[in-house]
Design a protein around this ligand. Structure first.
Ligand code: NAP
Length: 326
């Protein structure tokens, strides 16, 4: 089968090859899946460099998440051959078949196609765990979403809007403003450069943001400490800027906000019942047509380099989806 391998770690994707491998052997407890679509996440890129918190031993097959059809499962697994599923197990998704523990899979939302299901998983569970589960998002609140052109950022904008919040999206790339506005319909899109607190204050009539959702970090985080409403939450989601910011503890005290660390995958692992409820809530929203994952491009897996490079060069608005076997 076709599989995208990371043979050695590199900063420029040079350690990766599209290989022809035997399909994975399913062990009891796992489900063997024919992968129909798999989406690229920032951690996939970080793992090729050895810069992600999870560091698989090389060589490994890349890919956090996929959507596909069950080929083989234990009779008591809850899954049957032919069923359409989505999920992943940190690696192994960029291949024609994948074998993952049953607990890492969920049924695809009814009416959704494979690329959309592959694009929805991690991005929306991250957004939901952050905004709803840890953020306690309520209708009418203001949410400031950074990195809004990214998979996670666009999901946060879409979800917040679907739940009745008011959304200010930000991007570091001026040329993406129009595309973010068209895809996510936020209340406003700002350029996250320099001082943007005054723009946030103007848009919210001086209230500032009830939740700041920050996958970018660095300077964007620094300025965000000035954008949180009293009683609000500043959520640390990631560091795509490449700099992990620091904060003096007197700032959240004086301004009366909470700093919240988000680890969506770990949250679902530690609280599996909550994880299942989060997944069900996302599925219900998707089946009701209230959320729709944004896809920038769908590529055959043979064009993996183009997808990874577009993410590394910050060209995307929405997800890259690979179709294995093509
Ligand atoms: N905490 C969690 O549980 C969790 C779960 C999943 C992912 N994450 C993290 O969330 C972040 C976003 O992941 P993603 O899959 O949505 O990534 P993505 O699709 O590549 O989006 C990242 C966005 O960050 C912005 N950005 C700002 N500075 C950048 C830079 N120097 N290089 C690249 N992008 C930069 C870009 O938006 P603009 O060009 O519009 O500025 C880009 O679209 C990652 O750090 C990832 O590790 C966290």
């Amino acid at each position: 089968m076709q599989a995208l391998r990371v043979d050695c770690l590199s900063d420029d994707l040079s350690g990766m090859t599209l290989a022809d491998l035997p399909p994975p052997a399913r062990v009891p407890g796992e489900v063997l899946v024919q992968v129909r679509a798999a989406s690229l996440n920032f951690p996939d890129l970080l793992m090729t460099r050895g810069e992600y918190q999870f560091k698989p031993e090389v060589p490994f097959t890349s890919g956090l998440e996929f959507a596909g059809e069950v080929l083989e499962a234990d009779p008591d697994s809850g899954f049957a051959p032919g069923e359409r599923v989505m999920g992943g197990n940190k690696t192994g998704a960029f291949a024609e078949t994948a074998s993952v523990p049953a607990a890492k899979l969920s049924p695809m939302p009814r009416g959704m196609d494979f690329p959309a299901a592959a694009a929805m998983g991690a991005a929306y569970s991250t957004a939901y765990t952050g905004l709803v589960e840890l953020g306690g998002l309520r209708e009418g609140q203001w949410v400031l979403v950074h990195g809004a052109s990214g998979g996670v950022g666009l999901a946060a904008c879409d979800l917040a809007r679907a739940l009745g919040a008011k959304v200010i999206a930000t991007t570091g790339s001026a040329d993406k403003i129009g595309r973010i506005a068209a895809l996510a319909s936020p209340d406003a899109v700002l350029l996250a450069e320099g001082r943007f607190r005054e723009a946030v204050a103007d848009l919210t009539d001086g209230r500032l943001a009830d939740i700041v959702f920050d996958p970018v970090g660095g300077d964007v985080f620094d300025e965000s400490t000035r954008c949180v409403a009293f009683g609000g939450k500043l959520m640390v989601v990631g560091f795509t800027s490449g700099r992990i910011a620091e904060i003096s503890t007197n700032i959240p005290l004086i301004k009366g906000f909470s700093l919240v660390g988000l680890r969506a995958g770990e949250y679902a692992r530690r609280f599996p019942e909550r994880g299942r409820q989060i997944q069900s809530a996302i599925t219900a929203l998707a089946e009701a047509g209230r959320i729709t994952p944004a896809i920038d491009r769908i590529l055959p897996l043979s064009r993996w380099h183009e997808g990874f490079e577009a993410m590394a060069n910050r060209e995307l608005v929405g997800k890259v989806v690979f179709v294995p076997g093509s």
